[in-house]
Design a binder for this molecule. Sequence first.
Ligand SMILES: O=C(O)CCc1cccc(O)c1
Length: 541
Amino acid sequence: MAEGGATHGVEKRKGVYQFAYKRSADQDAAGPVRRPVVIVGAGPVGLSLAIDLAEKDVPVVILDDADRIGEGSRAICFAKRTLEIWDRLGVGDKMIDKGVTWKLGKCFHENDLAYQFDLLPEEGHRMPAFINLQQYYVEQYLVERALDLPQIDLRWLNKAVKVAPHADGVVVTIETPDGPYEIDAEWLLACDGAKSPIRDMLGEGFKGHVFEDRFLIADVKMAADFPAERWFWFDPPFHPGQSALLHKQPDDVWRIDLQLGWDADPEKEKQPERVVPRIEQMLGHSNFDLEWVSVYTFQCRRIDNFVHGRIVFAGDAAHQVSPFGARGANSGVQDAENLAWKLALVLKGEAPESLIETYNLERSAAADENIGHSTRSTDFIAPRSAFERRLRNAVLDLARTAPFARVMVNSGRLSMPSVYDTELSTEDQDVFAGSARLGGPLPDCPMQTADHRDTHLLNELGDGFTVLYARDGGRPNSVEGATLKVIGDDLLDSEGLFKRRLDATPGSTYVVRPDQHLAARFRTFDAGKVKHAIDRACGRA
Ligand SMILES: O=C(O)CCc1cccc(O)c1
């Protein structure tokens, strides 16, 4: 027993949510029942995808081989874009209310501050730069939301064990406590994690790097008054020659990541008698409880194609990165958002099936970007040769005095949304300044409704396409295939930030996709051009 009554045995966190297996009518059918969408995996990606589809009125079956969530906190850092997506799905406030909000990062070299960054230096965004929240809370809130939606049929202890693709779907064999049954899915969405059984069933391998260094994760419960900031150390006195990371989570839990070196024995390093002295060394006291401990290595890699006929991969099943930069779960949720609207349009017959190929194009490019960042961070954090280490240490030394070297300090570039550069966007014919990017998500800003209620731009976008028109005299009657919002009429640019961030002049027109990414912008409204931009973004032109 440590000082202050702390216990250092790892308290194995039981699932915060336990679910019951329920027999489904599909199990009593004479043959496989046809379903439009089956999602394998009720993690953050599968649940976000299911909710997004359900909100677009697409019926979804989710299969999960477990009957609980909450084994360890795992992913903890959720980025602004992910929060904006969850806000659209109706769970943003819940996540923020529970999560620890932060935006500042500090990098220390030995005892000194080498570099610090602010992930959201400007005001006027509804969502913060980041929250820290244990993955089991994220899953709990997403499950609660999913249970509200009649279009979602969530089936626990349903394990997909076989897939048989055919011309217009996939027959999935599912094992349950009552024995096996089959579903004939029009689309099967594999959100079944890094070890994806569906990927194995297809014989689909990963390409990329496996890093050999090992890291210890410890979630430590203690009362501490460190600020809600990301603190990263290179070669700290409490863990010489290695790196360390500290994050604040809700419920007085702190995430500590300690680099162990490539030759560490994972089983040994997980034992409390090895973990506790390391944490004591870092904190300078022993007044903490270990809540969760794990030792990990990581990979930066992806599958070649995220789309295999009617089987589509998303999240860790499709790509993996190191934890540094928090790009794993965040990019997975962005996969979900990219796929949901496209699949909904295809299922409704409003877009050709080829639109799903653009999910592969856009999200595999995003994965490459994430993998590139993650690989560079990992190379900096865990240099692979004496030469690389000398170079890295020289940058860290220089950063003490030379500002140019500070930006080369790389402890993980934190997750940012991707800007899509595909055929779905209509090239700019006019010059636009501001922070909005063609192909990127629209920057948020404060607005007011026509009756002067405070709101934010992203909360006012429709569930489908939205056309934003900065009023110039009259207003267009309507726009085919989109919700029209006239700025200066339906929405008021109360603080002038819409004008600044989108470089809006009277007449400026913006075509926004259902995932809030900007598909086209024009200096004047032209119904024909707007229609063409929407058709193009749907793969119809
Ligand atoms: O701060 C970062 O770069 C990410 C922190 C993180 C995310 C997920 C797992 C983990 O152990 C650390």
